[in-house]
Each structure stands twice: as C-alpha cells, then as structure tokens.
Design a protein around this ligand. Structure first.
Ligand SMILES: O=C(O)CCC(=O)C(=O)O
Length: 204
C-alpha cells in the first residue's frame, strides 16, 4: 500500500475507533471533488454543518489533496477548538461569513492551525461546526482535492432550509424524517456489528 494511503487509512481507523467509543457509527453522506484553479482566490471562513439538513451534528469531513500541493497552493486552516462553539450563525460561505468569522477570531484571540504543503493522499479531518478556510492558490497548477463527509449512523433528515436544499441531492431521494441510509449513503462502520464480532472473538 502506498505509504500516503496507509496514513489516511490509519487516520480513518483511528477516527472510527474514537467514534466507536461514543457509540456512533459513521456513514458517508457526500463526496465531492474541489478543484481550485491556478491563481484562484481564498476559500472564505465558514462552517459546513449549516449546509446539511440533518438532526445530528456528529459529522466529519475528510479533505484529501489528489496531487502534491506546495505552500503556494494553499491548504486548510482551522480555528482550534471552534467545533465546540456550535453554530455561530455566520451564514453561507461568502465575503460576509469571512468578515464575521475573521473578526470573531480576532476578538477572541483564537489560535488557528494551517496545514501548508501536503502530499497527495495526506488528509485533514474537521468536524461539522469547525470554523475553517483555505488560502489562495498562488501557484500555476490546479489544486485537485477530494472530500468525503461522514455522518453518524441513525441520523435523520430534517426539513431543509433554503441553504440546505441543494444538499438534499446527496441523500438518495430520501425525505425529511427519513434515516440517512439510502444507497448513496452506505454504512461504512457499524458499532453493533463491531461489538458482536468483538465479543465473538473474546468467546473463542
Ligand atoms: O477546498 C477548499 O478550498 C475548501 C474546502 C472546504 O471548506 C471543505 O471541504 O469543507
């Protein structure tokens, strides 16, 4: 296995292990490719969770460059611990969300962590309410990235707001009130199955 891929898998297994301890079971809700063209601007500060019509905020996004990216290309910046603050109502990603969150971070003297140069197959993980942004692509190469969003098993779909309507598209035709369990959102980890196979091996 490519060492980079091995690292991503290890991170993911660690994540599943942590989630397993809280009794939740993630399933992917959505995956997407994010191409930032050469010379493309910054990604404004925002929160992801507000885009999702879900009744559970146990969500995490994996962000993985598909090409090596230098410091000039720009990767993710996170406001440390900001997921604990929940919804700060900064609205949709925009110049306004960027301005509102920037001044909040400055006011509270919040530390941020930037992941500069990364290699293809490295990955960062952030929670649904984490305040995050990404730098401009100052290089002359495209920045190709893929993301996968995982949500906890047992999550239901809520009535979408205007901002959330587009994301109904990732839910396989399911409706408000339904479980997130369509063919487009396969279960990748079941704590129940895991618990029974763990006790089976303990009995042997
Ligand atoms: O790739 C980017 O520039 C931003 C990605 C992002 O905000 C996200 O995946 O939540």
């Amino acid at each position: 296995m490519n060492p980079r891929t091995a690292m991503v898998v290890s991170f993911f297994v660690l994540f599943l292990f942590e989630v397993g301890h809280t009794g939740a079971a993630p399933l992917p809700q959505d995956d997407q490719a994010l191409i930032k063209e050469a010379g493309g601007g910054h990604t404004p500060w925002h929160q992801d969770q507000g885009y999702w019509p879900l009744d559970n905020t146990d969500t995490v996004t994996m962000w993985m460059p598909l090409v090596d990216i230098s410091d000039d290309v720009g990767s993710m910046t996170f406001a440390d611990g900001s997921h604990l603050g929940g919804d700060i109502a900064a609205g949709a990603i925009s110049d306004d969300s960027h301005a509102a969150i920037s001044s909040l971070l400055e006011r509270d003297d919040t530390e941020t962590t930037t992941y500069g140069a990364l290699e293809a197959g490295d990955a960062t993980f952030h929670a649904g309410w984490t305040l995050h942004s990404a730098g401009p692509n100052k290089s002359n190469v495209e920045r190709a990235v893929m993301t996968i969003i995982y949500v906890a098993d047992g999550t239901h779909i809520t009535q979408p707001t205007d901002q959330q309507r587009l994301d109904m598209g990732w839910l396989g035709g399911a409706r408000p009130g339904d479980l997130v369990d369509s063919e487009m959102n396969p279960l990748v980890w079941s704590t129940q199955q895991n618990a029974s196979s763990a006790s089976a091996s303990a009995v042997r």
